[in-house]
Design a binder for this molecule. Sequence first.
Ligand SMILES: CC(C)(C)S(=O)(=O)N[C@@H](Cc1ccccc1)C(=O)N[C@@H](Cc1c[nH]c[nH+]1)C(=O)N[C@@H](CC1CCCCC1)C(O)(O)C(F)(F)C(=O)NCCN1CCOCC1
Length: 332
Amino acid sequence: ATGSAPAVPIDERFDIAYVTPVTIGTPPQTLMLDFDTGSSDLWVFSSHMPPFQVRGQEIYTPDESSTARLLEGHTWSIMYGDGSASRGNVYVDTFAVGGLTVLNQAVQTAQQVSASFTSATNIDGLVGLGFSTLNTVRPESQLTFFDNAKASLDNPVFTADLKYMAAGTYDFGFIDRAKYTGEITYVPIDPDPGYWIFTSSGYAVGASSNFSATPIIGIADTGTSLVYLPTAVLTAYYRQVQGATNSRSYGGYVFPCDSALPSFTFGVGEERFTIPASYIRYAPVTEGSATCFGGLQSSSELGINIWGDVALKAAFVVFDSRSPPRIGWAKK
Ligand SMILES: CC(C)(C)S(=O)(=O)N[C@@H](Cc1ccccc1)C(=O)N[C@@H](Cc1c[nH]c[nH+]1)C(=O)N[C@@H](CC1CCCCC1)C(O)(O)C(F)(F)C(=O)NCCN1CCOCC1
């Protein structure tokens, strides 16, 4: 089996996040979910939430699904890197995405979500694509939809082809030769922490002329909008940007929107990937401001480097869960 589904930016102007249509239950209920390689819970806005916490999101109503079964006595509770949180109960139901159907998928129904989820009106929940060891359901943790689907997939892989201000694609079970050019460069993944962690071979400010071969250990995270890297890398980059400052009030590097920006190159093995300056001129700090927030930010507060959407958009990425798991990067 294989599947293929669009990854649609939730916002016209900035690729804050991408959502993908899925159906849950019988008859099928359609929700737009954020496919997130940085976590491993599949949870949805649901009929169990207080109405004031729902602001336009689609909800899953298990009572209207003939195939829904409550997972007695199971609960979940998750906190994300940006402080947002949610918790609730667990059902098992039919889950389908891009032509791929998984029977008896654990669907975590929200009873409570934090304000940042309520205000993210275009995100109806998340589909974790991290390793199932990170799943928060207790007393028995549950498998991700990808782990449930793996045995029936033609190949145990999924790929991310995210795009700048346009709809991209998540493919499951196959690698679409038409989506990339040249060869795929694979590097090993350390699955123990539960993330897709790999080591980048280094970076360059601008094109790959002055490449600095310093290893950078980080996670490939479709659920994070920006790129978070070590301070040394950030200062080397923003030193080249007129008027750039690391602003405490805005919580990161900002610069005049009309400043000239270099591109940013990162290495995967011998291969080099360049993030265009346009991806790094991320967004005005507030509507209409002449000060822009950078798409490259410091990871010093996070304790982990994150290759988020700003980097993933610059490549075709293969999440290969053969054993041992590996990640592949190709130009497109
Ligand atoms: C808008 C912005 C200023 C660019 S933002 O930074 O706020 N963007 C958010 C994503 C977002 C989109 C739309 C609306 C609201 C929020 C963002 O990039 N959040 C990251 C920021 C971050 C990461 N680390 C530190 N800070 C994050 O939490 N991403 C998680 C998924 C997000 C959560 C909010 C809703 C959208 C999806 C994540 O899963 O990718 C994660 F990996 F960062 C994470 O937190 N994973 C949780 C891992 N735990 C470990 C323990 O077991 C359970 C799972």
